[in-house]
Design a protein around this ligand. Structure first.
Ligand SMILES: NC(=O)c1ccc[n+]([C@@H]2O[C@H](COP(=O)([O-])OP(=O)(O)OC[C@H]3O[C@@H](n4cnc5c(N)ncnc54)[C@H](O)[C@@H]3O)[C@@H](O)[C@H]2O)c1
Ligand SMILES: [Fe+2]
Length: 371
């Protein structure tokens, strides 16, 4: 019998070209003076500046940060937000820009230094600045989650921090922004979204409302990701991928992710795989591993997605990764010390959300199969 809580507080504006309505969206929602935190790619293309021209209430643009945002970069952003005295923030970019902006918005009103929060020694006690999240990739779903993933410059630790303060006030999802995403990033961000949807389905916290979002997301991804990869200008495929990433975000924002994301942290920190490629590396293997634990449920879900069984679903993911030139073997990732990798994967907290908690020998076998 089902027993669950579901809540989704982010106001969502979706549509190709929607970002052009930024000025009126800010006005309708009562905001007067904002900052734009933008990925550098849009400063270089001039889009950030044209958004500022179209939106006179934007007081300044901050873009001084890298993919995989650093805590020191968040601190720099906070200085600007305070200097500009804004009452809202717009974040434009992929997961990196959105996650940096989430942390910066909360730090603008915080009492302690940033590492106190990052290392869970303090909790945010006051609300941060309201955030409008505008994703420019179809992947992370960060626009509807309470998670921010940042990197500590001092210790090299990359970790997700979840807090209700990090939930954006508004998400503006405009698939036209994703047209310029190059094929390899289309592939990795799309596989990240697929990982979110599948992990929401098999997370130990799975529940029926999230199942609906997740199944629909998977169907959209199987029908559109390779189209968007091979023709970046395919506006329908891009729009469907933006929708899929949103639905996957709505699903995992409640259930949290599981084994693939647990393994993605050592893979991206130690072997420099992008987040999506790191999640995708183990995704098809986790379909098979988890089907063994959740047999009838995962088989039924695979059939709802149009596959004859879970194994066919795993095969499809593998073929899709191969066709999109993603890394599929330990050698391609440069992984030699399998034991060290396994140790980090099995001890990652997200592994507790996986229906099977592999022990060292199962994990070793799991990665040996990827040789
Ligand atoms: N907060 C969450 O819930 C959540 C979920 C999953 C992943 N993440 C985090 O998000 C980050 C990854 O985000 P991402 O995959 O969106 O990548 P990203 O934001 O790091 O961007 C990847 C690259 O794509 C470029 N780019 C972005 N949009 C573009 C566009 N429209 N045109 C051309 N180039 C563009 C960026 O400049 C960058 O070089 C990781 O740090 C990951 O850990 C967060
Ligand atoms: Fe992810």
């Amino acid at each position: 019998m089902d027993n669950f809580v579901y809540s989704q507080p982010v106001k969502i504006y979706f549509g190709a070209g929607k970002l052009k309505e930024l000025s009126s969206i800010a006005e309708q929602n009562g905001y007067k003076r904002g900052a734009l935190i933008s990925d550098k790619v849009f400063v270089n293309s001039g889009l950030a500046q044209s958004i500022q021209e179209l939106t006179p209430c934007i007081a300044g643009i901050f873009s001084d940060f890298s993919p995989n945002p650093m805590l020191s970069e968040v601190v720099k952003a906070v200085e600007k937000l305070k200097q500009w005295q804004v009452d809202f923030v717009v974040a434009l970019g992929g997961g990196s820009a959105l996650d940096l902006a989430k942390f910066a918005c909360s730090m603008a009103h915080a009492e302690y230094g940033i590492r106190e929060y990052f290392f869970h020694r303090q909790e945010f006690s006051v609300k941060g600045l309201p955030l409008f999240a505008v994703p420019s990739t179809a992947g992370t779903g960060s626009e509807v989650t309470s998670v921010s993933v940042c990197n500590d410059d001092e210790t090299g630790i990359k970790a997700p921090l979840a807090h209700k303060n990090f939930l954006p006030e508004i998400a503006i999802i405009d698939s036209e922004l994703t047209i310029s995403v190059p094929p390899h990033i289309t592939a990795s961000t799309g596989i990240d979204a697929l990982s979110h949807a599948l992990e929401a389905l098999w997370s130990v916290n799975h529940q029926p409302i999230c199942d609906l979002w997740a199944i629909h997301s998977c169907k959209l991804i199987f029908a559109n990701l390779e189209k968007a990869y091979s023709d970046g200008n395919d506006a329908v495929a891009r729009d469907n991928m933006s929708l899929a990433a949103l639905f996957a975000g709505l699903a995992f924002s409640v259930t949290k992710t599981a084994g693939c994301h647990a393994c993605s942290y050592p893979l991206s920190i130690d072997y420099k795989l992008s987040h999506g490629e790191a999640c995708g590396f183990t995704l098809d293997s986790f379909v098979c591993l988890n089907a063994a634990a959740e047999n009838s449920r995962l088989e039924a879900l695979a059939r709802e997605m149009g596959f004859c069984n879970a194994e066919a679903l795993a095969d499809r993911i593998f073929e899709m990764k191969k066709r999109m030139g993603m890394k599929c073997t330990l050698d391609e990732c440069g992984i030699e010390d399998v034991d060290a990798l396994c140790q980090k994967c099995i001890s990652h907290p997200l592994m507790n959300n996986n229906p099977i908690k592999p022990d060292m020998s199962q994990m070793r076998q799991f990665f040996e199969n990827l040789r």
